[in-house]
Design a binder for this molecule. Structure first.
Ligand SMILES: Cc1ncc(COP(=O)(O)O)c(C=O)c1O
Length: 411
């Protein structure tokens, strides 16, 4: 084995990352995911609890005794693993029950689950589109959408972030080109797919679903939205963008069970025929072992909890409003976020890392997000809130953030 080649290559990449302040290391949390946690600081055990302002578990469901009990019971009932792919022996009763409930929750005919949201995006896009198709993708779409597009081998046209005029222009241009290039009689009919995050994961802003629907209908495009950060967060009862805007659904709605639902897995909801198609054609659904049935049962229980506790969604939305307004009153450049994600832009990579480290020393967990996750020079503190944060905690966090930022003149 050529270990020198491997050593030289990996060393080079890691050293470049260190020089650019983009080197990544794992941090260890020694407590379950909840609003108060203990994260090791500089490799040492945390002496006291920290306030977590960084979780995707927006409704704080991961550590609720009755929900943990339900999943523990599901392990006793269904064992530790599924033992096979969904299409062989892996499909168990909880998988079907979860998919039925997801379809009901999203107001769609049917749903299909995947082992992760990442796999849902990759497997759906690559099943729907091929070499002869065109995909219009928002410039800030999540990596799993980008990877799905790459795998599909379709032509990708990236439109400016959330810019509906640019999207429409790009579609018109592609249509004009298609008219110029007469397809051969044997060519498959070209499809156009518009794909976008519903809530953008690093900025927290929302896709303009009504306008996307209009454009999709006008130009005969398919529309797919990824509601990873919208499910359980957006809309009065957390059902996502269609509920928020009071409009139709996209043709394809992707979601994840790993964020507000606080388990693991991804899903697609839509028409029955679309779901049957994905069961037949989506490689990340077919060629992998089914999620553990206990996970499916746990996700079902958490989803039912969310459905019966809409007040948690409201509490989360009120917390976001309160926190953004508090930061804005202090003069920070923070948008009034419509989601639970609140970006506090710092700019410089090293400065963002430093601010995050200093907040952690003071007991606040707010990660620095840097290139390549966001564009160079757009490094930020990315706060995300939970329904269970108290006003007093959010006030204390605001004071700490403002002090750290002011003391170093970052913003
Ligand atoms: C917008 C978006 N889509 C998809 C995913 C992937 O979901 P999962 O973590 O369930 O794989 C994420 C984050 O992880 C995300 O932020």
């Amino acid at each position: 084995m050529n270990s020198k080649l491997l050593d030289d290559f990996t060393k080079d990449v890691l050293e470049t990352a260190k020089r650019n302040s983009t080197y990544r290391t794992l941090r260890t949390m020694e407590t379950p995911e909840s609003s108060h946690v203990k994260i090791c600081v500089a490799g040492a055990h945390a002496s006291s609890e920290q306030l977590l302002l960084a979780s995707n578990s927006y409704l704080d469901l991961a550590n609720i005794p009755e929900l943990k009990q339900a999943m523990a019971q599901a392990v006793l009932d269904w064992g530790t693993g599924s033992g096979g792919a969904r299409l062989t022996t892996g499909n168990k009763t909880p998988h079907n029950e979860l998919e039925n409930e997801l379809a009901k929750f999203k107001g769609e005919e049917a749903a299909i689950t995947f082992n992760t949201g990442y796999m849902a995006n990759v497997g759906t896009i690559s099943a729907l589109c091929g070499k002869s198709d065109i995909i219009f993708s928002d410039a800030l779409n999540h990596a799993s959408i980008i990877d799905g597009i790459r795998l599909s081998r379709a032509t990708c046209v990236v439109y400016k972030h959330n810019d509906m005029i640019d999207l429409e222009r790009a579609i018109q241009e592609s249509k004009a080109k298609a008219i110029g290039n007469e397809p051969s009689p044997n060519a498959t009919k070209q499809k156009m797919l518009i794909v976008t995050d519903a809530v953008f994961s690093m900025d927290g802003d929302l896709a303009n679903l009504p306008e996307l629907l209009r454009i999709a209908r006008t130009y005969n495009c398919l529309l797919m939205i990824d509601e990873a950060h919208a499910t359980g967060v957006i809309g009065q009862t957390g059902r996502g963008l269609a509920e928020h805007y009071g409009c139709e659904h996209a043709d394809v709605t992707v979601g994840t069970l790993s964020k507000a639902i606080a388990c693991e897995g991804g899903f697609v909801a839509g028409k029955k025929q679309l779901i049957e198609f994905l069961k037949n054609k989506s490689r990340s659904f077919i060629f992998t072992t089914a999620m553990a049935p206990a996970m499916a049962a746990g996700a079902l229980r958490n989803l039912q909890f969310l459905e019966s506790h809409p007040e948690r969604v409201l509490q989360l939305q009120e917390n976001v409003k309160f926190f953004c307004e508090a930061l804005q009153r202090e003069g920070l450049n923070v948008p009034q976020s419509p989601s639970a994600i609140i970006p506090i832009i710092i700019g410089d990579e090293a400065a963002a890392l430093n601010a995050s480290a200093r907040l952690l020393e003071r007991g606040y967990v707010i990660p620095a997000i840097r290139y390549p996750t966001v564009a160079k020079g757009q490094a930020r503190l990315r706060a995300s809130l939970m329904a269970t944060h108290t006003r007093e905690e959010l006030e204390r966090a605001t004071t700490a953030i403002v002090q750290v930022i002011r003391s170093t003149n970052y913003v």
